[in-house]
Write a protein that binds this ligand. Structure first.
Ligand code: 0SG
Length: 209
């Protein structure tokens, strides 16, 4: 759990604007989350996430003043790219990144809510499937959906996952879940705010990969 708690997302102010720099700082630690799933078969997912973050950061670094908030960044790209937008630039990268973040959010929320397979309570499949079905499934074609189903069998036991999140320390399950609950407060608020930007600006696309 140390992994998440050491890199908390910022509390949003009342206008719910997400500042780009702190958002990028916080998400830059999330690829490590996929290391906690143990198997190297999750490496391509980590690479995809790192690519999204690098793309947004590259755009932000060209003009930090102009792109102070994520909404300003999208508005600037909308103007810049015209009819190509939103399937372009940092807007496209953030569209996919937010889905991976939503997957993590729903997975962790399901875990702390105590949802489990009663006959295999130490498995994470119920929680991972809920995250996947909510955040990603509709954007994946048949092949990637089958890959997800296969990857579920490489997922770690809950106890091993929680230990990895705690950087190898033996922490009591309830203590760990309590820290995840705290992490989820700002994390979820940031993700919801990003989803709202895409919804307000009509920037989300519904194609499958
Ligand atoms: C979900 C399957 C899990 C299986 C894991 C093991 C097998 C690995 C096989 C590889 C499949 C990995 C999943 C990656 C899928 C990606 O294709 C999609 C779409 O990616 C976007 O495509 C890029 O992220 C964009 O990058 S950008 O920054 O440059 O903008 C862009 O390239 C875009 C293409 O856009 S287009 O030009 O077509 O408009 N990525 C995702 O679906 C998100 C990551 C999935 C996380 C899944 C978590 C599952 C955890 C499993 C646990 C059991």
């Amino acid at each position: 759990m140390a992994l998440l708690m050491e890199h908390q997302f910022r509390q949003l102010s009342t206008d719910r604007q997400v500042e780009t720099r702190p958002f990028l700082d916080a998400v830059s630690y999330l690829p490590l989350f996929f290391d906690c799933l143990g198997s190297t078969i999750f490496a391509p997912i980590k690479v995809d996430l790192i690519g999204n973050i690098a793309k947004i950061k590259a755009v932000y670094d060209t003009n930090p003043g102009r792109y102070k908030t994520l909404q300003q960044l999208l508005e600037a790209e909308k103007e810049m790219y015209g009819s190509e937008w939103p399937r372009v630039g940092a807007t496209l990268a953030l569209m996919w990144l937010k889905r991976s973040l939503k997957f993590i959010q729903i997975f962790l929320q399901s875990l702390v809510n105590g949802e489990k397979d009663q006959s295999n309570p130490n498995l994470l499949r119920v929680n991972l499937t809920k995250g996947y079905d909510t955040a990603l499934k509709r954007y994946h074609g048949w092949l990637v959906q089958q890959l997800f189903k296969a990857a579920l069998y490489a997922a770690p036991y809950k106890s091993d996952f929680l230990k990895a999140l705690s950087k190898g320390r033996d922490v009591k399950e309830e203590e760990c879940l309590e820290k995840i609950r705290k992490f989820l407060v700002n994390f979820s608020a940031n993700i919801d705010a990003v989803y709202d930007i895409y919804s307000r600006m009509n920037a989300d696309l519904d194609y499958k990969v």
